[in-house]
Design a protein around this ligand. Sequence first.
Ligand code: PDD
Length: 284
Amino acid sequence: MVYVGDRFVAEDEATLSIFDRGLLFGDSIYEVTAVIGGRMIDNDLHLARLAQSLGELGIRMPLPREAIVGVQMELIARNRLDEGVVYLQVTRGVADRNFAYADDLEPTFFAFSQAKNLLNAASVRDGVRIAVVDDQRWARRDIKTTMLLAQVQAKRIAAERGCQEAWMVEDGLVTEGASSTAYIVTADGRIVTRPNSRAILPGCTRRAVLAVAKRLDLVIEESPFTVEEAVNAQEAFLTSASSLVTPVIEISGRAIGDGKPGSVTRLLQRTYLDLALSNQAAAQ
Ligand code: PDD
């Protein structure tokens, strides 16, 4: 079952207008929330970012926040989703094709769930290989729009090189992964990740994982890093709703550390999950 047009329908009965601005212009915002054991992880952060992204584009929230949570929970229940993700998309709405838009368009809102192994994914367990590509995106990467062609192409290049993710580079510095936040751990144990700005998406998992690192008294350095620094790092990892904390074992064909997931990465992975799951248990 999926949610579209204010109701739950079977996925093959879901319809959208071909005049939807999400389709014609990529004029839309999305969010992806992880579900583990039937419970959503960091969903408050995802809904806050949804509101932020919509606000940046001047699109109305389609429903009150609590109603959106209701749709997400109903999708999980109706699809008996134990582990996977819930996806939400809000577009500016439907109108005759015209770059200019009226301010009173009714936003389109749809949502679906996807079953997916998160905890026992091979990538989370064994780590992933990273391809390095140019960052070809627009200048407002802090807004979670569905204009994802640069990332689609980056993932394609990564797959052609036998990699599972691409790290995008601009002016010699890593911005982020095609669909994840990028981190390295230096030989002296500092966790380095790019500071939030318009150059990257402010990851919800990033925020939660950095809070975990702080609790563990680990040293965090929010600064950009080069590809050279990354390939010479002690460890590297990435985070996102769907990949949680995933070790990086190779970048551009060069092994990171001893080519196996590092100990700081493992500690963060374990602690983040324990905390996320216990927070959810307390909240529900
Ligand atoms: N992507 N950076 C980019 C470009 C992303 O697309 C994502 C998430 C992240 C991590 O954000 P978060 O921790 O809030 O998931 C960083 C989602 C998972 C996707 O497109 O499927």
